[in-house]
Design a protein around this ligand. Structure first.
Ligand code: ADP
Ligand code: F6P
Length: 470
């Protein structure tokens, strides 16, 4: 087994499978995200990515992707049901997102979560060379840092949580709360999206584990664990380059024609997830039509809702409700060839997403709770001509970085309607001023800056971060 000095551990591998022209299965690097951020160091460091390939059964052997070894962790159908769909996405996910849906607790799910985390920890221990840096990602793997430290005390271990970390009132409901906290505290550095999340974590460590804790440091088991906020970002340059392509600009023009050349296009792009506020947004939009504030031939809403976690009951229920509501709104307010809402429940490639961002005069990103929301950042990056109004929920991590957005509380329907109208009717000067400010911020705080900040904090010798040249 070849070992690496850098190991990334995440629930999913950064690959997509696609069918090659000869019908064979081809694995490609999935675009954007963490793998893009780490690309410069992954290229120059013997690196391994430990993760799941997305299907049940034995682990497929994958080729190296851009020089990075893919170490596949096998999950059985039962593991997927109880770990991924169960404890990760029906216990932790709703609980960490303000309990906007009810979290379910099942002992069998916990056992699977523990078992699968142990498997990921063992895989990471196998892949890491002596003294290596191991960076564990997200809520699916919160026990891995502690398990890995027990297996390999020589490693430098980082943990980053991409989703919100809840306040004590919510987290205290978790039956296995102490074990989850101790699992994360196996890391040398625990990173969050927002300062508030680090604060919640410190409060919980003090309350549940009775250990000395501040918003920067927690003393546990004879070690000091550092904690902090490192807001994740996107590859701005990559999205700008894509959105600037003549073919993408032409596709955006075509989309506008296909939409009936409306004066204004409003766009939302979400995973089909109850945290994204899709139902609240549809209600606000339909009331604006009903109240005569929006005319269907003049303004259209494009709602992209990519299928997600489709075997989890709450996601199935949400999809039915959204589809019924879109049907109702189009039935009531649309005309032949002129729907009020264009609803797309499908994945798109990056170029099509960039074209959609380019065609959108108004982007409505109104989650009820979101760790960051990368769609908001992708929209800003794609607006290469400094136009476009971003309506952004106060409850998205991104809101802390973009005070220039049209910020809104998505629970307040009247406020949501007013803010949408404000963005729809804003002067071009106001829109451009705001967009320029947001683009300037994003240019500096891109994904490389995020990875550099985190890795510099984790590896104080600076060896790895130095390879992330600007
Ligand atoms: P989350 O992490 O909850 O899914 P984010 O907004 O942070 O939410 O990230 C969503 C990612 O999924 C973005 O990179 C976005 O471009 C991508 N995405 C969203 N909708 C689609 C779609 N229909 N097709 C392909 N990618 C999509
Ligand atoms: O942002 C949270 C997250 O779970 C990411 O880890 C993941 O990339 C995304 O949502 C999509 O979720 P899933 O892996 O369940 O399809």
């Amino acid at each position: 087994m070849r070992q690496s000095s850098l190991v990334v551990v995440a629930n999913r591998l950064p690959v997509d499978d696609s069918v090659a022209p000869d019908g064979a299965c081809e694995w490609r690097r999935s675009p954007g995200g963490l793998v893009g951020a780490l690309h410069p160091i992954l290229q120059h460091t013997p690196a391994t990515w430990v993760g799941w390939a997305g299907d049940a059964g034995p682990a497929p052997t994958l080729p190296d992707i851009d020089g990075v070894r893919m170490h596949t962790v096998a999950l059985s159908a039962e593991d997927i049901r109880d770990h991924y769909e169960g404890f990760a996405n029906a216990t932790l996910w709703p609980l960490y997102h303000d309990s906007v849906e009810h979290p379910s607790f099942h002992r069998r799910w916990w056992e699977a979560y523990h078992r699968v985390n142990q498997r990921f920890a063992a895989a990471a221990a196998e892949a890491a060379e002596p003294g290596a840096l191991v960076w564990v990602q997200d809520y699916h793997l919160q026990l891995v840092p502690g398990m890995l430290r027990a297996l390999r005390p020589d490693l430098l271990i980082g943990f980053f949580l991409h989703v919100p970390f809840p306040p004590p009132e919510l987290f205290m409901q978790l039956p296995r709360r102490a074990e989850l906290l101790l699992g994360m505290l196996g890391a040398d550095l625990v990173g969050f999206q927002r300062v508030q999340a680090a604060h919640n974590f410190a409060q919980l460590a003090a309350k549940v584990l009775k250990v000395p804790a501040t918003d920067r440091r927690i003393a546990v088991e004879g070690r000091v664990v550092r904690i902090g906020a490192f807001p994740v970002s996107i590859d701005m340059a990559e999205m700008e380059a894509l959105a600037s392509r003549p073919s993408v600009a032409a596709r955006a023009r075509q989309l506008r024609t296909d939409l009936g050349d409306p004066r204004r296009v409003v766009l939302s792009v979400d995973r089909m997830d109850y945290t994204k506020g899709i139902e609240h947004r549809l209600k606000a939009y339909s009331e604006l039509i009903e109240g005569g504030h929006i005319k269907v031939h003049d303004t259209v809403l494009v709602q992209v809702a990519v299928p997600s976690r489709e075997r989890v009951a709450q996601y199935q229920i949400l999809r039915d409700r959204v589809e019924r509501e879109v049907g109702r709104i189009n039935g009531e307010f649309g005309r032949v060839g002129e729907p009020a809402i264009h609803y797309l429940n499908q994945p798109f490639d990056r170029a099509e997403l960039a074209a959609l961002y380019r065609v959108a005069d108004i982007m409505a990103v109104t989650p009820l709770r979101d760790g960051m929301n990368l769609v908001a950042k992708e929209y800003i990056a794609a607006r290469v001509d400094d136009t476009g109004a971003l309506v952004l929920s106060e409850f998205a991590g991104a809101a802390a970085e973009f005070p220039q957005a049209y910020l809104v509380n998505p629970h307040d329907l009247d406020g949501l309607k007013l803010t949408l109208l404000h963005a729809l009717d804003a002067s071009p000067e106001d829109v451009t001023d705001r967009m320029r400010g947001m683009r300037a911020h994003l240019r500096v705080h891109d994904i490389r800056a995020w990875a550099r900040a985190y890795l510099t904090a984790l590896d104080r010798t600076g060896t790895l971060a130095a390879r992330l040249a600007p």
